[in-house]
Design a protein around this ligand. Structure first.
Ligand code: HEM
Length: 408
């Protein structure tokens, strides 16, 4: 271990190593930059004094071995914009440690159980069937609006009990609000848009909670109101923030999974043919989609005690960014990692995070994506598909705003 590594405080000011995740062009194709980062400086001190961990095994070690928290020892949240108060994620389960986190997670888990997901499956099947009926009639579709966004947004609004007439409000809010997780490092105009979305969503859910209190339904907002965990009810503020956090987590990420997954298939017609011939491969194919083009490129932890990783000793309160998108393309873990291969053996990616915060909605997302992608594959058999211009969303997650395609 080097001397400067033993004392990170004395380490030279960090650099982005050619992989600045906030640079406008990073999103076009982050993977060459992430390979460079992993090879040149796998435990990288950034110019904003956070540590990026980019090798698969090191990311796993942070999840499994390191003692971590979501906040610093003085209670501050490392990546958040201090001006962002309304609808703030400070009270969201993802920003909490146990036992507080466990209490919030258990309440929400009741509405996202395997049984609930199974009950929603018929609805998802009929949504993707309708989407493809329309697309085939029209001779094309807009991958995001007509499928990748259409399916999860309908399901999440239904889960939360958001009335049909209000659904399009969330299209803009959820994308803008994802930026709150790393808003401290974003430009002022993006910070403002993020705060505005937080205010709008807080107003919306406060009203919805008032309405539901008078007549509880079978949606998640009602379940959260009703829920009692060892006699402990959620306070109003906490409830609204869980609702905002869950709807965003369920919307934006799954748009990324279905959208990026379909795009990977469009770019690899041989893989689309393999799936058409063997639809049973869809389970593995969806895992490969998550590995190949990960919807959340990085998450965060804060060290609760010093931890040695990649030959460097990081101190208590070091802010860690686990580069999930890089870990999922680490050649030490996945042979030929830039190859999209739906028959890949052992595709255990880290797209859903790990440890106590491992994604609570993974079963729902996987179920939606399996139906959306398989329906698309089977119904476009024999067609030549032409891609139009791709636009990225202003979500913090790796999500497209649009990708039109035409069938020939
Ligand atoms: C492909 C789609 C999805 C991806 C890639 C994804 C990814 C993630 C990631 C990376 C985390 C953080 C884990 C960590 O820091 O260790 C997370 C947490 C979370 N996700 Fe997902 N997610 C997806 C779908 C969903 C859905 C559909 C829902 C809800 C319906 C959801 C709800 C949540 C919640 C509530 C948390 C916080 C859990 C906790 O703090 O215990 N996610 N997800």
């Amino acid at each position: 271990m080097s001397t400067s590594a033993e004392n990170p405080a004395a380490a030279p000011v960090g650099d982005w190593c050619g992989a600045d995740p906030f640079a406008p062009d990073f999103r076009d194709d982050p993977y060459p930059a992430l390979h460079r980062l992993r090879e040149q400086d796998p435990v990288n001190l950034t110019p904003v004094n956070t540590w990026r961990i980019s090798r698969y095994d090191d990311v796993a070690a942070i999840f499994k071995v390191a003692k971590t928290s979501q906040t610093a020892t003085d209670g501050t949240a490392p990546n958040f914009d201090p001006l962002d108060q309304r609808g703030s994620f400070l009270e969201f389960m993802l920003n909490k440690d146990d036992p507080e986190h466990k209490r919030l997670r258990r309440l929400a888990a009741q509405s996202l159980s395997g049984k609930t997901v199974r009950l929603m499956e018929d609805e998802v099947k009929s949504s993707v069937r309708n989407a493809m009926d329309t697309a085939l009639k029209q001779g094309g579709m807009e991958i995001i609006a007509d499928m990748a966004h259409y399916v999860p947004s309908r399901m999440m609004c239904q889960i939360m009990g958001v009335p049909e007439k209000d659904r399009q409000l969330f299209n803009e809010w959820t994308a803008a609000r994802t930026n709150a997780f790393f808003a401290r490092f974003l430009p002022p105009d993006v910070q403002k848009r993020t705060r505005d979305a937080g205010c709008a969503m807080a107003d919306y859910f406060e009203d919805l909670v008032r309405v539901r209190r008078k007549a509880l339904g079978d949606d998640m907002v009602s379940a959260l109101i009703r829920a009692e965990d060892e006699g402990d009810k959620l306070r109003d503020g906490e409830l609204v923030v869980q609702a905002i956090g869950i709807i965003i987590a369920g919307y934006e990420t799954t748009i990324g999974m279905i959208g990026n997954g379909l795009r990977a298939f469009l770019d690899h017609p041989d893989q689309l043919e393999i799936l058409r011939k063997d639809p049973e491969l869809i389970v593995n194919a969806c895992e490969e989609c998550l590995r190949y083009d990960t919807p959340i490129l990085f998450n965060w932890r804060v060290l609760a005690e010093p931890f040695e990783v990649g030959g460097k000793l990081l101190p208590t309160d070091a802010v860690i960014w686990q580069m999930l998108g890089s870990a999922n393309r680490d050649p030490a873990r996945f042979p030929d990692p830039d190859k999209f291969d739906i028959r890949r053996k052992d595709v255990a990616h880290q797209a859903f995070g790990g440890g106590i915060h491992f994604c609570i909605g993974n079963a729902l997302a996987r179920m939606e994506a399996r139906h959306a992608i398989n329906e698309f594959a089977q119904r476009t058999k024999g067609l030549r598909i032409e891609q139009g211009k791709l636009e990225w969303s202003h979500s913090f997650f790796r999500v497209m705003a649009s990708l039109p395609i035409t069938f020939h």
